[in-house]
Design a protein around this ligand. Structure first.
Ligand SMILES: NC(=O)c1ccc[n+]([C@@H]2O[C@H](COP(=O)([O-])OP(=O)(O)OC[C@H]3O[C@@H](n4cnc5c(N)ncnc54)[C@H](OP(=O)(O)O)[C@@H]3O)[C@@H](O)[C@H]2O)c1
Length: 300
């Protein structure tokens, strides 16, 4: 079968090639993959994987071999697991959820990693109703989902983007304010979903109200952060900085996200779609900050 594998010896660090068929273990389902999603970290850090590793984590496809208690053969599922960018892939049965047969099912492939990350990050922050939630990198994949989930939780949402054009569509997704740069954010915030790192992390921390929580989700800037001396404590004003990244055993949360999409309460923000043979082009656009949301590839 064909798959996209790590190829550190060539530009751009991956290639579409023939690989052996995967063999599902007892708690795994085998999926005929139809569509895959691309995440920032997967293409930015592609050379971190050993040569030959089948890349990717997010997929939609049909179950061709089932596992006890999981979806049945023929069901279409959205799935999360290493090795998704292949014609066939195995996933743990607790890492898949069925998707509705009707409508555009392809877009669900763009959901697992960013959807679970935003959902679990915001859950960590506690009740959101009436609280002010700041989302950095709001133009991106995690950001566009976080804006919607925070708004659905009753928060007042401030979306921060890098340039005016990057904010397109965010108000429609639920942002009360769309601002360019953290310097334009007025007043304290209760929760931060921070995806950019570097100076954004330091500046967002400064905006956090006493009792607030900063959720460090990512580091899209690739830049280091330097906190001013004494800036991480203040008498009588505790604040939390939490790292977020647990996407284990996601079946129930994937089903929750799918249900929100079906109910029209969550939009999957696909900003680029094409053949998986165009991964390099898509990755260049994503890392060049020219994609409004997610990259979706068709396994054609
Ligand atoms: N913890 C986890 O499990 C987890 C899960 C998913 C993602 N992540 C991480 O979270 C971060 C965001 O992921 P994502 O999928 O939302 O990525 P994305 O779609 O590429 O969005 C990242 C956003 O960051 C902003 N940005 C600011 N400086 C940037 C720079 N130098 N290069 C690129 N983008 C820059 C861009 O917004 P503007 O163009 O508006 O400035 C961009 O839209 C990444 O670091 C990713 O690895 C972590």
């Amino acid at each position: 079968m064909r798959a996209i594998v790590a190829a550190p010896d060539v530009e751009p660090g991956h290639r579409l090639t023939d690989v052996p068929e995967p063999e599902p273990g007892p708690d795994e389902v085998l999926v005929e993959v139809e569509h895959v999603g691309v995440n920032h970290g997967e293409v930015r850090h592609v050379r971190a994987w050993p040569a030959g590793t089948v890349l990717g984590h997010d997929a939609v496809g049909r179950v061709v071999r089932a596992a006890d208690g999981g979806p049945r053969v023929g069901d279409r599922v959205v799935a999360l697991g290493v090795g998704a960018w292949a014609q066939r892939a195995v996933f743990r049965s607790d890492a898949v959820a069925t998707v509705p047969p009707e409508g555009d099912v392809a877009r669900f492939a763009a959901l697992p990693t960013v959807g679970l990350t935003a959902l679990r990050a915001l859950r960590d922050a506690g009740p959101l109703s009436g609280r002010r939630v700041l989302v950095t990198g709001a133009s991106g994949g995690v950001g566009r989902i976080a804006v919607q989930l925070a708004r659905a939780g009753g928060a007042r949402v401030v979306a921060v983007v890098g340039a005016a054009g990057r904010g397109a569509g965010l108000a429609e997704l639920g942002a009360d304010e769309v601002v360019v740069g953290l310097g334009s954010v007025a007043g304290p915030v209760d929760v931060v979903v921070e995806t950019v790192g570097g100076a954004h992390l330091v500046d967002a921390w400064r905006l956090l109200a006493p009792g607030g929580t900063l959720l460090s989700v990512g580091w899209a800037s690739g830049e280091p952060a330097t906190f001013p001396v004494n800036s991480t404590f203040a008498p009588g004003a505790s604040r939390s900085l939490r790292s977020v990244g647990d996407v284990s055993a996601p079946a129930a949360d994937l089903a929750d996200l799918v249900a929100r999409v079906r109910a029209g309460a969550l939009e999957i923000p696909v900003g680029w779609r094409g053949s998986w043979r165009r991964l390099d082009e898509a990755a260049t656009a994503l890392l060049g900050r020219r994609v409004a949301g997610k990259v979706l590839l068709d396994v054609d």
